[in-house]
Design a protein around this ligand. Structure first.
Ligand SMILES: C[S@@+](CC[C@H](N)C(=O)[O-])C[C@H]1O[C@@H](n2cnc3c(N)ncnc32)[C@H](O)[C@@H]1O
Length: 655
């Protein structure tokens, strides 16, 4: 019986790992009565182990060792179970004596022949997957490991799902030998001792298919039930996210809660059932896990209604903007009033005095404020979309009691329809003027000049939706002392290990282009080898300098790992201490408008624990386009990716 989460309906597979099972159907029924829905079982009984002398291969290199000749059946008949039962109820285990990594040519050849036989039979049965033991002893390195990897690669080529039980370094070699095959997974065996949190994060980023949990990894609580330590619980909760098959192994101890394995199964099911349902952000992100998307180009393309709708669902972004606008209004008002005071009166009004003064039409010092109407603060929303930042501005004006005139500039003619309708229908919009057109040439369409400019032209990497070029181009719309919201933004980079994402990129087509493109992706199966570091910073209003940039970034790897590229994020200062961030270390909780960006590298590189990862990233501008180029510098030098923007660039011309 599959365990089902009481509120989400998500399912969890829990099974029993058995070393031998004379009666298959009874074993399956016993597993079911313990609350399990599968059995991890050897497909061939140990007494059918084929003696080495029967099957010597003539030489190590022999491509096709002779088939095993036998008259007795290899194993029990497939008719003992229905094919549906084989498929849903059994995960196979390759015979433990098989050692394709052996240094003995005779053992190796016999093992290979037996391995092929068992893989063929597993394929015939249609079992969910086949678990293969890790090579032991000398087999974990050199020719033995290579041979083991080759045998697994051939099993994968036959269409089998294979899970290999490994130490990480061996797993990584085998995964590489198998060309990062999608059907190759990991069987992770837990023990009572757990590795460091960093090592666990590295495992969690791998393709974990099976988690083997010995009963010895449990402890007995004060009232006699088997439970897991807090660290084990944390790990199991992390693993729940990836829905592996949990297989309980070993002997049940004398514990409360029922016979045999039932108490162990029940505890695992209880932990799963206690998992909180996904938050709004998690529910939104779920379908996008590890799904590569082309970054939006709101300047070159016109966004669709559904895209705006998704932005507008963010519960955090507009709140932060509203607070930033509110603080900027108070600041602007207090500055204006302070500059109106005679020079010998020191210390300007407080923000509260400024707000009261603006509402009453008097200056905060009690002097006649008749000029206040003429000096109504002009807030320009550049790239207004369907108007959420206009609304945030109007809310900020209302809550601060500081009147504003709003000018909403938008170049997407379809979003202009929404803005003009809002201006007609909503009385709160009586102070809003809608200007249709590119902000870089809108100064001829309006005489208004902004005291405060509000924009959200930010991509996952900060500047990658061309906010710097758009805002610089809009300089003629701004007063010299304009306040820009955002005031600045900085991109961040971290070395990323994600075999999954690298495989996804490779699946996009041949040639360099897929590896010379950046992707927006909610990274699920991936881990950063070190915390992110700052990359490119832009400040607004700018000094008019170049928007080209170069960064050389370096990190020390927390664990030995393979680097498959770089994850990019941004932090933005909206106003004062109000900001937004998608950087993992400082992320704005609950904000889901942006996923990270992924810059892949063509050839993944192994970095040792404590070793340095170093890379260069350039932001280039020219010929009506902006693009990034990037290259690894350590632990190995790579070719520069995307030279001259040949594979991926961002257009500066409006669509
Ligand atoms: C990322 S969207 C944000 C929309 C909206 N502010 C929001 O938060 O939902 C950026 C918007 O800026 C507009 N835009 C981009 N470049 C522009 C430009 N140069 N002039 C005017 N609008 C621009 C796009 O059409 C798009 O509507």
């Amino acid at each position: 019986m599959v365990v089902t989460h009481p509120t989400t309906g998500d399912q969890l597979n829990i099974g029993l790992d058995v070393t031998s099972l004379p009666r298959l159907r009874q074993a399956l029924e016993a597993a079911e009565s313990s609350g399990c829905d599968f059995v991890l079982a050897p497909l061939v009984h140990p007494r059918y182990a084929r003696p080495v002398e029967l099957t010597p291969s003539p030489s190590f290199d022999a491509p096709h060792p002779p088939p095993i000749v036998r008259s007795d059946p290899l194993t029990r008949s497939d008719v003992e179970l229905s094919s549906a039962e084989w498929q849903s109820g059994i995960i196979g285990k390759v015979s433990p004596w098989i050692n394709t990594a052996s240094s003995s040519p005779v053992v190796r050849a016999a093992s290979e022949a037996a391995f092929r036989e068992e893989v063929a039979y597993a394929t015939h049965l249609g079992v969910r997957a086949l678990v293969v033991d890790a090579p032991a002893g000398n087999g974990v390195r050199g020719a033995g490991l290579a041979n083991y990897g080759r045998c697994i690669a051939s099993a994968l080529a036959s269409g089998m799902q294979v899970a290999s039980v490994e130490p990480w370094a061996v797993w990584n070699t085998v995964r590489t030998l198998c060309d990062n095959h999608a059907n190759l997974g990991l069987a992770l065996e837990l023990s009572s001792e757990l590795p460091s949190p960093g090592a666990l994060d590295r495992w969690a980023a791998e393709a974990i298919r099976v988690v083997i949990m010995p009963t010895s990894s449990y402890v007995t609580n004060r009232v006699g039930y088997p439970v897991l330590s807090r660290r084990h619980q944390e790990l199991i909760k992390l693993l729940f996210k990836y829905r592996p098959f949990f297989a309980l192994s070993g002997r049940p101890a004398a514990v409360k809660g029922g016979d045999g394995m039932r108490p162990y199964v029940q505890y695992l099911a209880h932990l799963f059932g206690k998992q909180p349902p996904p938050s709004e952000a998690e529910a939104f992100e779920g379908p996008y896990y590890d799904y590569l998307q082309a970054p939006l180009q709101p300047l070159a393309d016109n966004l669709e209604s559904a895209t705006y709708e998704v932005f507008e669902r963010d519960p955090v972004k507009y709140e932060r903007y509203e607070e930033a606008v509110r603080q900027a209004l108070l600041h602007r008002t207090s500055m204006a009033l302070a500059s109106a005071l005679p020079p010998d009166i020191g210390g300007g009004p407080t923000p509260a005095e400024a707000a009261a003064a603006a509402e009453n039409g008097t200056a905060a010092d009690g002097t006649d404020g008749t000029s206040a109407k003429d000096s109504t603060i002009v807030v320009m929303v550049l790239g207004a979309g369907r108007g959420p930042l206009v609304r945030a501005t109007l809310r900020a004006s209302a809550s601060s009691r500081i009147p504003v005139r709003v000018v909403a500039v938008e170049k997407n003619p379809n979003a202009i329809v929404t803005l003009r309708n809002a201006a007609l229908d909503d009385p709160a919009w009586s102070c809003v003027t809608v200007v249709s057109g590119d902000m870089r040439c809108a100064s001829s369409s309006t005489t208004a000049r902004a005291d405060i400019v509000v924009s959200e032209l930010l991509g996952s990497f900060g500047d990658n939706e061309l906010s710097p070029e758009c805002l610089d181009g809009a300089a003629a719309l701004l007063k010299p002392d304009v306040i820009s919201i955002p005031a600045s933004y900085t991109s961040y980079l971290a070395p990323l290990s994600s075999a999954r994402l690298h495989r996804e990129v490779r699946g996009l087509g041949a040639g360099d282009t897929p590896f010379e493109t950046a992707y927006v992706v909610r990274i699920h199966k991936g881990v950063t080898a070190a915390p992110s570091v700052p990359a490119l910073t832009f400040v607004h209003p700018s000094d008019g300098g170049s928007n080209e940039r170069h960064v050389e970034a370096a990190w020390v790897a927390a664990e030995t790992n393979v680097i498959h590229g770089f994850a990019g994020y941004f932090e933005a200062v909206l106003f004062g201490d109000v900001g937004i961030s998608i950087r993992p270390e400082t992320a704005s909780l609950g904000m889901f408008s942006w996923f990270p960006i992924y810059f892949p590298v063509k050839t993944p590189v192994l970095v040792a624990k404590g070793g340095t990862v170093r890379m260069h990233l350039w932001r280039r501008v020219g010929g009506g386009r902006v693009w990034y180029e990037w290259a690894l510098a350590e632990p190995a030098v790579s070719a520069v990716h995307n030279v001259g923007g040949k594979s991926y660039s961002l257009g500066l011309t409006t669509g």
